[in-house]
Design a protein around this ligand. Sequence first.
Ligand SMILES: [Zn+2]
Length: 80
Amino acid sequence: MMALEDAINERLDKVFSITVCAFAKLFVKLSKEDQETLTVALQKGIATRTLVESLAKEGYKIGNETLNSHRYGRCRCPKA
Ligand SMILES: [Zn+2]
């Protein structure tokens, strides 16, 4: 029998995966350090292509357009 916590987490995963874009899904898989690095890079205005290439080197595949959409709020992530 599935523990209640597992059931809830699975449900949350499903909700998360349909409400956020591919970039946000990738982002949560990164280590805390990488998340901070990426957040700072986005704030500093590092070119999208540079970030995409850096992520690819680390084995994370994301498209320019996907990152751009997230960056400029055109993705389907809930807007704060
Ligand atoms: Zn997004």
